[in-house]
Design a protein. Structure first.
Lengths: 112, 109
């Protein structure tokens, strides 16, 4: 198993553009998490899904952020419009039941 | 509110010296505590969890409910231990984790 897969690995975009980050969880895992990592705030949970259903999106910073999980093997995190303060590393993680969370390699987003 | 505090942003020790990475938590329920590690250019991975009470790569961590702490310790640090370490608090079956801001450990030769 390749583990959690994220794409793209790096994204550079201009302020105002739409950004879509993608995640493929480990097959068979039923929970998926999106995190944002910055120097100032560390690792923050943005949203998580259980069996494809969003359970807690209280960490989503504002309406510009949205996340979907149309099926068990795919999730997206969208930022529209993007702003320079959104620059960060975005991690996706997946988990099976009460086991550990497995993290993807992250997407480094730079908004100019 | 649930909170995890890692007071040291940076920690530097020499090879062979003992190392302790501090973690304090705030949670009214029954906590589940974890340590995650991120080596350079690698993904975040679980190092250990308090319920398993095991030693991984020579690291141990004891949950102290009285002091609400879960400090990570290793008696003799190695250069390959240099990494970013995150303490995390699980709630209600650990579905959701609250992470500390992390401590960057550097082990010098």
């Amino acid at each position: 198993d390749a583990g959690v897969i994220q794409s793209p690995r790096h994204e550079v975009t201009e302020m105002g553009q739409e950004v879509t980050l993608r995640c493929k969880p480990i097959s068979g895992h039923n929970s998926l998490f999106w995190y944002r990592q910055t120097m100032m705030r560390g690792l923050e949970l943005l949203i998580y899904f259980n069996n494809n259903v969003p359970i807690d999106d209280s960490g989503m910073p504002e309406d510009r952020f949205s996340a979907k999980m149309p099926n068990a093997s795919f999730s997206t995190l969208k930022i529209q419009p993007s702003e320079p303060r959104d620059s960060a590393v975005y991690f996706c993680a997946s988990r099976l039941a009460a086991n550990e969370q497995f993290f993807g390699p992250g997407t480094r987003l730079t908004v100019l | 509110a649930q909170r995890v505090t890692q007071p040291e942003k940076l920690l530097s020790v020499f090879k062979g010296a003992p190392v302790e990475l501090k973690c304090n938590y705030s949670y009214s329920g029954s906590p589940e505590l974890f340590w995650y590690v991120q080596y350079s250019r690698q993904r975040l991975q679980l190092l250990l969890r308090h319920i398993s009470r095991e030693s991984i790569k020579g690291f141990t961590a004891d949950l102290n409910k009285g002091e609400t702490s879960f400090h990570l310790k290793k008696p003799f640090a190695q250069e390959e231990d240099s990494a970013m370490y995150y303490c995390a608090l699980g709630q209600g079956g650990s579905e959701k984790l609250v992470f500390g801001k992390g401590t960057k450990l550097t082990v010098n030769p």
